[in-house]
Write a protein that binds this ligand. Sequence first.
Ligand code: GTP
Ligand code: MG
Length: 561
Amino acid sequence: AWVTRGLTCNEPQRRRRHVALSRRCSSTVTAARSELSSNDSIDVAQYDHLDPSPHNYSSQPFVDACSLTVSAGAGGHGCISFLREKYIANGPPNGGDGGTGGNVYIQAVRGETSLHKLARRGALKAGRGKNGQGSLKGGARGEDVLLVVPVGTIVRELTRHDPLAEDEAVQSKGFGRDSEDDDGSVEGTDQSKKWRRDRWLLYPGTLPKNFTSASFPALPRPRRNNLVATEPQAPIRLDLDKPMNHPMLLAAGAMGGLGNPHFVTKSVTRPKYATKGEDATRIHFQLELKLLADVGLVGLPNAGKSTLLRALTRSRTRVGDWAFTTLAPSVGTVVLDNNQGRPSIDTKGRSSEARRSFTIADIPGLIEDAHLDRGLGLGFLRHVERAALLAFVIDLSAGDAVDALKALWKEVGEYEQMRERELNADTQRTQPDEEGMVTFRPFESSISPGFDPEPHTQFAGDADENMVLDPPAGRKLPPLSLPPISSKPWFVVATKADLAETQHNFERLQSYIASVQAGEEAHPNPAKNAWRRKLHAVPVSAINKEGIESIPHLILELLNG
Ligand SMILES: Nc1nc2c(ncn2[C@@H]2O[C@H](COP(=O)(O)OP(=O)(O)OP(=O)(O)O)[C@@H](O)[C@H]2O)c(=O)[nH]1
Ligand SMILES: [Mg+2]
C-alpha cells in the first residue's frame, strides 16, 4: 500500500517511508547474516582453490554489447542587453555571447571489464552552454561527458544527427526555394529571412512584427566548434584495443549564440536581437566489447574450462558440477617468472622480446546447435575472436572426445559465417547514410581514427590514385579486419583424465589428432585456411593440478612462434 501512497506523499511522509525502508533492509541483512553463520558450520577446509565452495567465486555484472546515444551540449543563447548608468540614457549594447556546449569524450581504461554501466544509461548528454549575460559576460561552457569503456571495446556509429550539416545542406540548395512551397509566396529573400527567424532571440516585449525584414541583418553563418577538426572522421569506427592516456573526442559541443553587440551597424546602433545557440550533434553508437586475451578456452558446458583456468591462474571463476556454471567470460593471467617476481613492465610493447606472460579467457560452454541459439548461443565466441590461439577443452569422461572436438569446430565455423553475414548487413546499412552526409573538414585530423572493419576496396583497387591523393603524414591506414578464427593455432586439452576409463578415450583422441596431422583424416576445421602445423593433445587433471605444467610452455611456444 505504501507504494501508491509514495506517489503522492509530501516531504515528511517520504522521509518516514525512507526510514521504514532502511529499517526493513537492515533487518533483512542481519537475518541473512545469521542464516549464513549457521550455514558456515560446513567444513571450509574441505574446499580448495580448484574445487571451491559455492560461495568462493567472484561475480560481476557483465554486458558485452550495447547501444548508446550521445549528444554533445547545445550552445547557450546570446544576450540582448544595454548599458544602463546614471546620466547615460541610451547606453550601447553589451550582451555577452552564449557558452559553448560540452564535449563528449571516450577513453578506454584498464580495470573496466564490462559495458554494463553504459548499457544502463542508454543516452548520455553533455551539458548545455550557459546563456550570455549583460555587461558583456559570456556564458560558461557546458559540462563534458566522458565515456569510460574497457580496453577491447569496438565503437561503431550507426546514425548521426548533425543540425549544422543539415543547415549547410539546405543553404547550399538555397532556402528561398524551400520555403516557397510553405505558403506559396514568391518573395525569395524575404522568405529566407523569415525562415531563419527561429534562430533569432528578440528583446523582451518586442514582437517579430516590430521588425521589418530590412532592419534585420543577415543571419551570421552557422559556426562550428574548432574542436570538430579533431573528431574522428564520420562515420566513427574505433577499435580501442589499448588503454588510452588521454580521452578522445567523439563529438564537440555546439557554439553559443552571439550577443547583441555583434549586430551593431551604422543605422542600427542598438540592436534588439541576438542569436540562439546552435543545436548539438547527436550520435547513435553501437559498442561491443571483445575481451583481449591471448588464449581462448572453448569447450562444451561442464567440460572443466573454469577449473582449468583456476588451475593455471589465480582466477576465481565459478566452478560447479552442472552445465552453464559460467555465465559471463572472465580472463586470467599467467606469469612465468620462475618465482622471481613479476618482471618490470616493458614499456616498448610486448612484441620486443619473447613474452613471459599471457592471458586466458574462459567463456560459457558451447553446445551442439548453439548457432540455432541453443544454450547461451554463440555470442560469447566474440571474446575469443581476438585471441591469438584457441584451446579446446574436452571432457574425457563425457562421451567420445573426437566427436566433441568435431562438434566444437562445427560451432566455431557457424559463428564465423554468422559474423560475416552480420558485417555485410552492417556495411549495406551504413552505405546510404554516408552518401547523404555532408562532412565538414577544415583540415584533416591528425589523430588516427583507428580501425575500420570494412575493407577499403577503393584503396586496394587502384594504388596509383592513392598516391595522388597523398594521405596526410602520420595517419596510417587502419588494419582491415581481424584474422578469421579458423586460421588461428589451436590445441586440445583433454581434461578429467583422473576419472576411471578415460584412458581409452584419450588414446583414440590422440590417434585421431596424429592422423589429422599426417593428413590421413580430414581436418576437423573445414575452412581452407585452417592451421595445420603441429597439433597437440594434452591430458590433464585440472582438479588435481596434474599435467598442466606443460600447458604454459606449449602456449608460449605457439604465441612466440
Ligand atoms: N574429476 C575431475 N573433475 C573435474 C576436473 N575439472 C573439472 N572438474 C569438475 O567438473 C565440473 C565442471 O567444471 P567447470 O570448471 O565448472 O566446467 P566449465 O567447463 O567451466 O562449465 P561451464 O562453465 O558450465 O561451461 C566441476 O564439478 C569440476 O569440479 C578434473 O580434472 N577432474
Ligand atoms: Mg565455467
